[in-house]
Design a protein around this ligand. Structure first.
Ligand code: NAI
Length: 414
């Protein structure tokens, strides 16, 4: 059997699994006593929200003994090895190549450990993650398998230095995270776990870059500046994040800007092996680049395909903009030819006195932004390569912009 038939069978099986979950979800909903929408934590896990959880205490314990179990990539490697050995039936829920999955989990663990003293912020992020995990067919039982494998991996790595205290702190952190994820998944019961989409446009703007338009069957409920995950039929169970490059529209059409990062993978498939009429699946929207209820002037700094969410934000501002707000967009590109969306940006900027657009195609993007003005009273949003976001972040902080007013998507940067 060739790869594409195998993939087709795997996808069909997966679709059947998801359909079963849909049916169970519906049944639960019909049988459940009326609950307010967005309600509640999963009662079976007894998740009572983040109140009462001493995240700062666990953070201290975990950090104190982190060397015993570090480096994280090896801990995670062992965790998956144990999990798939003990429960091989879980393997098909994961992509063929585990490399990205492992790196993603490493970022999640690191983010958890770094922010455990702020459980309320984590709670919000984890609920979104739980909502997102519905597309994978993840059930609470899978989290048990994960916890069992994590404990085995921790013990193995710490060896004779293992202590009950250390394991207990990790387990509390994990259960807090799982509780929030299950609560997030349950609160999203009324929406599909993923959306079907058909490609309606595919423009190869650079040898390694395409701008795609897709149309979802059901409305895709996102806000400008958010991102979603995309699965290509050639790579089942492999989901990659891309920001939506237009504001929500009535016709359910979305835009994605995709640069190929390597020879294989979802980005390469989307750039090189995708055509109008192809079908994709989208996971639920995530991210909170643009804060609600703020009317300050906006400083938007985008590097490369980081332009996509900024374009969505500008389109949104053109529709609903707090009175008097000005918006400054800086776009960094490797060179002029790499300003792949220039035509559309120039159109967007026409007749908008509140919007200014500055391309930066030589020198450091951060230097150009800092030299161009006083940003201390602005709300800043940063998107693009991790190094660019990090340097822009540091420069804006030292130029006097408060930390709370510099936004970027932490788990998005590679
Ligand atoms: N919402 C978001 O935060 C989004 C983030 N992205 C990320 O943006 C990146 C875009 O990649 P490309 O289009 O290939 O960008 P690119 O490599 O073409 O870089 C774009 C700009 O960033 C600057 N830059 C690149 N690396 C830098 C570094 N280490 N330090 C300072 N400046 C740097 C370049 O000089 C250039 O001006 C990807 O990593 C993607 O994951 C993409 C879309 C949305």
């Amino acid at each position: 059997m060739d790869n594409s038939s195998r993939n087709a069978i795997a996808t069909a099986e997966y679709d059947r699994l998801i359909a079963r979950h849909h049916a169970m979800r519906l049944r639960r909903q019909l049988l459940a006593p009326a609950a307010p929408s967005g309600a509640g934590p999963a009662p079976d896990l007894g998740y009572g929200g983040c109140e009462g959880y001493d995240g700062a205490g666990d953070q201290q314990l975990i950090r104190r003994d982190l060397d015993l179990v570090a480096p994280l990539p090896e801990l995670i490697d062992q965790l998956y090895e144990v999990m798939f050995r003990r429960r091989p039936y879980l393997r098909p829920l994961f992509p063929a190549s585990m490399e990205f999955q492992q790196a993603h989990l490493e970022r999640v663990f690191q983010h958890l450990i770094d922010h455990l003293h702020q459980p309320a912020d984590l709670d919000r992020m984890l609920r979104q993650l739980g909502r997102d995990h519905r597309k994978l067919g993840v059930r609470p039982i899978h989290y048990e398998a994960f916890e069992e494998a994590l404990c085995a991996a921790l013990r193995h790595r710490a060896g004779e230095h293992w202590t009950e205290d250390l394991e207990a702190a990790w387990v509390r952190m994990l259960r807090f995270a799982v509780g929030a994820m299950v609560a997030g998944a349950d609160a999203a019961l009324t929406e599909p776990p993923y959306w079907h989409a058909v490609v309606t446009g595919h423009e190869r703007r650079r040898p390694d870059l395409a701008v795609l338009r897709v149309r979802t069957g059901e409305p895709y409920p996102y806000r400008a500046g958010q991102y979603g995950t995309v699965e290509h039929p050639a790579l089942p169970h492999t989901w990659r994040q891309y920001s939506m490059g237009c504001a929500p529209r009535g016709d359910n059409e979305l835009e994605f800007h995709v640069r190929r990062t390597g020879p294989d993978g979802v980005s390469a498939a989307l750039v090189e092996r995708t055509a109008v009429g192809d079908r994709l699946r989208l996971g639920p929207p995530r991210g909170s680049l643009l804060p609600d209820g703020d009317s300050r002037d906006l400083l938007l700094v985008a590097g490369g395909t980081g332009l996509a969410p900024m374009k969505a934000i500008i389109e949104q501002q053109a529709l609903h903009r707090p009175p008097g707000r000005r918006v400054h967009l800086f776009v960094g590109a490797r060179d002029r030819a790499d300003l792949y969306d220039w035509q559309s940006l120039s159109q967007l900027v026409l007749h908008k006195t509140w919007l200014s657009l500055t391309p930066v195609t030589s020198g450091r993007l951060a230097d150009a932004v800092i030299a161009a003005g006083d940003w201390r009273e602005h709300q800043a949003c940063l998107t693009g390569p991790t190094g660019m976001v990090a340097s822009m972040h540091a420069e804006l902080l030292s130029a006097g912009l408060p930390l709370a007013r510099i936004r970027f998507d932490q788990l998005l940067s590679r």
